[in-house]
Write a protein that binds this ligand. Structure first.
Ligand code: HEC
Length: 198
């Protein structure tokens, strides 16, 4: 073994020991700041079978009602029950930090969840939104639509390590006011911020 190979080997042993010991360095390596992260480019996705599914998944995220909702001609394909798109909540096709992004989600599941008191898969979570947020019915696991959603989320997570801790995941917390809640001020905020889209 050459001298440089020895030092490389020694460095690998140190890194392995750090990771095993749960050293902060090992944890830092697995932190990804989504506010500084560029999601992959959809225009670069090919027309191979995986690429086709990724593009279908993007269409499902952004144009949900017309793809699998009330406006689809084939009643069998009407899985979602309202006119929302997934990206009405998971903004920018699931890429916007602090708007419940789906970037990096692939490596976060299966996951123990206290609310359900058990381990949920990514498919469970997608179907949770299909039933509650979309007021619809669950997608069969073998359906092209479920495969497209998961393929899209896997592609969106390209380069993010499994189990990474993600800055920018979920939403920011609103600060609770120190005074009593005031419905009339809430009505004004709703009209100015939320109601502008109506
Ligand atoms: C009305 C808003 C809304 C819509 C529309 C919506 N979601 Fe969600 N979604 C949420 C909320 C809120 C959460 C987090 C819920 C929780 O904490 O349990 C979530 C969580 C998720 C998660 C888990 C994310 C994580 O970080 O664990 C996935 C995956 C997901 N949604 C996929 C979808 C898909 C796919 C669609 C479209 C079919 C969709 N969602 C539509 C609000 C929405």
């Amino acid at each position: 073994m050459k001298r440089s190979s020895y030092s490389l080997f020694a460095a690998m042993l140190v890194a392995a020991a750090l990771i095993k010991a749960g050293h902060p360095l090992a944890r830092d390596l697995a932190t990804v700041d989504l506010t500084q992260w560029s999601p992959p480019d959809l225009a670069a996705v090919g027309d191979d079978p995986f690429g086709k599914l990724v593009k279908y998944g993007h269409a499902l995220m952004t144009n949900t009602a017309n793809e699998i909702g009330p406006t689809v001609a084939d009643p069998q394909k009407r899985f979602s029950g309202n006119n929302l798109a997934c990206q009405n909540c998971h903004l920018q096709a699931g890429t916007q930090p602090y708007a419940m992004p789906l970037t990096g989600i692939w490596g976060q599941f299966p996951q123990y969840r206290g609310r359900e008191g058990g381990v949920a898969t990514l498919e469970d979570r997608i179907n949770g939104c299909m039933q509650r947020s979309m007021n619809g019915r669950p997608l069969p696991l073998e359906s092209p639509e479920m495969k497209a959603f998961t393929a899209y989320m896997r592609w969106l997570s390209t380069g993010i390590p499994t189990g990474a801790s993600l800055i920018g995941a979920g939403t920011l917390r609103l600060k609770e006011p120190t005074r009593a809640a005031d419905p009339s001020r809430g009505a004004a905020v709703y009209a100015n911020v939320c109601g502008v889209w109506n």
